[in-house]
Design a protein around this ligand. Structure first.
Ligand SMILES: NC(=O)C1=CN([C@@H]2O[C@H](COP(=O)(O)OP(=O)(O)OC[C@H]3O[C@@H](n4cnc5c(N)ncnc54)[C@H](O)[C@@H]3O)[C@@H](O)[C@H]2O)C=CC1
Ligand SMILES: N[C@@H](CC=O)C(=O)O
Ligand code: NA
Length: 436
């Protein structure tokens, strides 16, 4: 049988890995797919660099639309990134009846509803394993492997750049900016690294996982997003003393009132496997009713790990493209007419526990006032740590761990505590999850 012909749009970090791994493992891949899979056309703005990667046997153009217009191309792989031209190209490829593979979580988290609807109407597949946690087959696991289950929550380290920054800062005492530069040089960071450090990239991925886990539409605009730029190294140290690690987590939970969808730094018990995921590695925990808790771990960024996921999608499409579209796995795991309208909850309605750090005057009665405010708000305390004031210091740090409470109550208690004259600086609040 004639090989499946693939057109690559963009041959940067992920595109070059995809080309290389497809070539290197072509025999093994063909034995699995039942058919050869070949990149026969590439579009990149940097034609010279693209040619140096693919050699003379592959046609290279600078206009992606030429790939889409080529009737011999069966699958278009979008590896340009962003919501701009990438969106137009993906929609045009669908319109031309091409199956699409993309690693572009930003595009799908924001415009997924429109893109999946267009693909469904046209009877083509849009596959996106590489868009979440790079090489980890988490989309496959959520969409197919766990299909018997009612999923209750998922929580993951789903941005390699920020996990790398947090690990290097903690272990080597390096500065934020230096580690970010390293992450960029290693090809982990997004084109705009603020997407990584402000939690946006993780929120894109959490949005996609949440849609697949709970059968709700992709709703990035409703996600709560907080990155790691305001984290202070002293909080990392205090958390360690209390038996926790701080990780940037993407979390989505099903509750009776709706779906929690949030990304923020989070204290996680140091004894959990996920707390020990270091460097650019990713890990996702999924808790479901039948199977219990499962954990998926691996490389979430980088050229070949991400290519591994792109190629898995190419193989899936190769196997399934002749199947009746109704027999294919739905894009978001649930049939399009069986999606749930459970709302995404505003952050004020989220229930979680907290780490609080207060810079307080070193005076008698301060602790009582603070704990009194928490008690009045019905927030119970799990642990308290008070740093001894140093010689000549008139202030000290008070660290409090709370049990679960609704975020609105905590906001109110924080506002009251902040008004105390003995509280000398803005209070640090970091959320905490036991993940059990
Ligand atoms: N780098 C990584 O580790 C991962 C990246 N991704 C996603 O994969 C996608 C690609 O990322 P990278 O390979 O890292 O980016 P990159 O910046 O290395 O590569 C993008 C390529 O697209 C080309 N390009 C830009 N505009 C174009 C246009 N109009 N027509 C044709 N080519 C064009 C650029 O010249 C470049 O070669 C993004 O959506 C990213 O979020 C997903 C998982 C991991
Ligand atoms: N910038 C992302 C790349 C993969 O999605 C990350 O750091 O995880
Ligand atoms: Na993946």
């Amino acid at each position: 049988m004639k090989p499946i012909q693939v057109g690559l749009l963009g041959i940067g970090t992920v595109g070059s890995g995809t080309f290389e791994v497809l070539k290197r493992n072509q025999e093994e891949i063909q034995r699995r797919a039942g058919r050869g899979i070949e990149v026969t056309m590439v579009a990149d703005l940097d034609v010279a660099r693209a040619k140096s990667i693919v050699g003379a046997n592959v046609q290279v153009v600078d206009d992606a639309r030429k790939v889409i217009a080529n009737p011999d191309i069966d699958i278009v792989v979008e590896l340009i990134g962003g919501y701009g031209i990438a969106k137009q190209l993906v929609l045009e490829a669908i319109d031309a009846g091409k199956h699409v593979v993309t690693a572009n979580k930003a595009l799908l988290a924001v415009h997924g509803t429109e893109i999946f609807a267009a693909a469904h109407k046209k009877g083509v597949m849009v596959a996106f394993e590489a868009a979440v946690a790079g090489g980890i087959p988490i989309i496959k696991a959520l969409r197919e492997g766990l299909t018997a289950n009612r999923i209750q929550w998922l929580a993951g380290i789903i941005n390699g750049t920020t996990n790398f920054i947090l690990s290097e800062m903690r272990d080597k005492g390096l500065t934020f900016d230096d580690v970010l530069k390293q992450a960029q040089a290693l090809g982990y960071a997004e084109a705009d690294p603020t997407f990584d450090i402000e939690g946006v990239d993780a929120a894109h991925k959490a949005t996609l996982m949440s849609a697949i886990a709970f059968g709700v539409p992709v709703q990035f605009d409703k996600a709560y997003v907080e990155g790691i730029t305001k984290l202070e190294s002293q909080d990392i140290k205090y958390a360690e003393q209390l038996g926790y690690r701080i990780k940037l987590l993407g979390i989505s939970k099903r509750t009776a009132a709706g779906i929690e969808l949030r990304v923020h730094p989070c204290l996680v018990p140091a004894k959990r496997l996920i707390a020990n995921v270091e460097g650019a590695m990713n890990a996702v925990m999924v808790h479901a009713d039948a199977v219990g808790t499962t954990l998926y771990y691996g490389k979430g960024a980088g050229s070949e790990p991400t290519a591994s996921a792109v190629i898995a999608d190419l193989v899936d499409i190769t196997r399934l493209h002749t199947a009746d579209p109704l027999n294919r796995v739905p894009h978001l795991a649930f049939q399009p007419d069986a999606m749930s309208n459970l709302p995404i909850l505003p952050m004020a309605q989220v229930v979680t526990s907290y780490y609080l750090r207060l810079r307080v005057a070193d005076q008698a009665g301060v602790l009582a006032k603070v704990t009194g405010i928490l008690a009045n708000a019905d927030i119970s305390i799990d642990a308290v740590l008070q740093r001894e004031a140093g010689e000549g210091e008139s202030h000290t740090d008070l660290i409090i761990l709370t049990h679960d409470c609704v975020e609105a109550k905590m906001n109110q208690a924080l506002a009251e505590m902040q008004k105390l004259t003995t509280v000398l600086a803005p209070i640090t609040r970091i959320r905490k999850e036991e993940l059990n």
